[in-house]
Design a protein around this ligand. Sequence first.
Ligand SMILES: [Zn+2]
Ligand SMILES: [Zn+2]
Ligand SMILES: [Zn+2]
Length: 329
Amino acid sequence: MTLAICIHCGEQKFGAFVPCRLCGFAPRTVTEKAKSIILSDHHFPKKELLSYQLKVKEFGEIPVTSDGRLPFDSVFLATVARPIFDQAYFHHEQVNSETENIRCKRCGGVFRPEYECPFCLACTSETQSPFAKCDRCRILLEPGARFCPTCGTPTSRDEKVNPSDVGSYLALMTRRVSRSEPILGRHESIRAFRAKLAAEDIGGNDLEVEMVGLFAGEVQLARFFRYGAGLTACVLEVVDLYRHSFVIVDDDSSFANAKANLCLQRLDEYRDEMASNPDAWALPLGTRIARNCLEEDSCSASAVFEMSILFGFFLKVFEEPLRRRIFGA
Ligand SMILES: [Zn+2]
Ligand SMILES: [Zn+2]
Ligand SMILES: [Zn+2]
């Protein structure tokens, strides 16, 4: 039985979705459901869970945050709510379809679902199939590859090393790292720029900094891939989680889509910048980052330099955890 905490009043209950016997609250929206799943012993050891319980009892419902902190950071909520979003999409499609066909949530292709799954067969396989790994060369290959093309060793597979799970890991890490003190506190140009921003514009700058982080994560991940489509699939999973996190924060799906498109655009820009200067990308990339993160069109040399250091810092932070997540200790 799942020990859960009523997100509304803090009473203990068994089952995240059952109505609270004290206040009668039962989660209905995606966010309420995700919060209720998180405040259960599936996600936290009992001791930690009880500390959140005290918090709810004393201060009321814990709000959604975007700072990477537990329990209710919006990207963390989005990873937990993914099946709920998928289910809602499936039912929406089914109700609005005049045939038995629906549009795939990922590629938009029309298909006939066999289960309550909103993804076509190709997309399901693309996001869920574990990559083939060569543990010796530390590279990732197409799911079907049986031998490493470099050293000839038979490949291995780990169920949790697929685009969907690696994407969740990368999303959570991007959020946590980009909100950390070493990023926002120590880089003088970012600190100075943010000090001038109005409170309502900080969120936009947060997202710009996060996209620099995500790109660094992508660059580190790319070093393992001998299979470009796999890398792309991981990054698309991250952006989709972010899209959901925007819905959780603003409850406005067209706004969320616009922001997710901005994320994709930024990744394209950074990728292009790096590809067009393969041997000396640091400063051109720094210039591009300064334009987005500091809104400086004619950037000072020190701001550009600092932005390339920022990117280097992200690269370093992502390197070891990603390797460990994929290839183990
Ligand atoms: Zn309650
Ligand atoms: Zn599809
Ligand atoms: Zn090998």
